[in-house]
Design a protein around this ligand. Sequence first.
Ligand code: SAH
Length: 244
Amino acid sequence: MISIINKFGRNVSYLLMVLSVASCGNKPAEISEKVRSASRDRMVRQLERHGIRDKKVLAAMETVPRHLFIPEKYRDTYDPYGDHPGPIGYGQTISQPYIVAYMTERLDLKPGEKVLEIGTGSGYQAAVLAALGAEVYSIEIVSGLAEHARTVLADQSIEKVHLLTGDGYKGWPEHAPFDAIIVTCGPEKIPRALVEQLKEGGRMILPLGARSHQRLVICRKKDGEVVVEEDLPVRFVPMVHGDK
Ligand code: SAH
């Protein structure tokens, strides 16, 4: 800030600061739910055009208010319904809607199935899984993000999501086995504990490999063995290791 010494010898920078803070009081008007709902509708039509076919996944994404999962300080600069990832703080991102829809579609969930998510982040993906009728267990390693997700999910009375602050490499053995597992951060190898916690006949989707060469892979557990199918190239934040 530039300091100006006025004729009374006073530093008026404080006054300028007070005035500029006061003028910030005119916050842009809150965007109405009607406008948000129209944006959601546009997002879903775009997902359809890009090849998402599962009507239940599209309906789930039509209902979950994605903008509420973006921390308030990023809401003015990031379009929550545009098809791109966005900031959620702590150097982490919410995945773009297409990736959320695609991974969810590939999990092919039935209502009541138990799903483990690694990387709660904003809580949005977990809410989409819950909207499909799944019982969701989600683990986040950054406690500030876990707290944010907990608050947003509670505000919307979403009770089918259970959160744990901790290291996803360990999975959540108390609630295993899981019908499906979705990992939304990239490990370099398929985490062994997650394979162990997958039900026979279960499926797991994860971005595998170093950041520049990541690929989604879909693992299916059949007769105790894991069959791995390679899928799209992707770019997720790394799955970090917690304290050993
Ligand atoms: N699914 C999220 C996006 C996740 S971004 C959403 O819908 O918003 C990936 C998240 O994985 C980040 O929040 C990051 O902190 C978390 N993460 C990274 N390594 C992890 C680990 N070992 N265990 C649990 N979470 C981890």
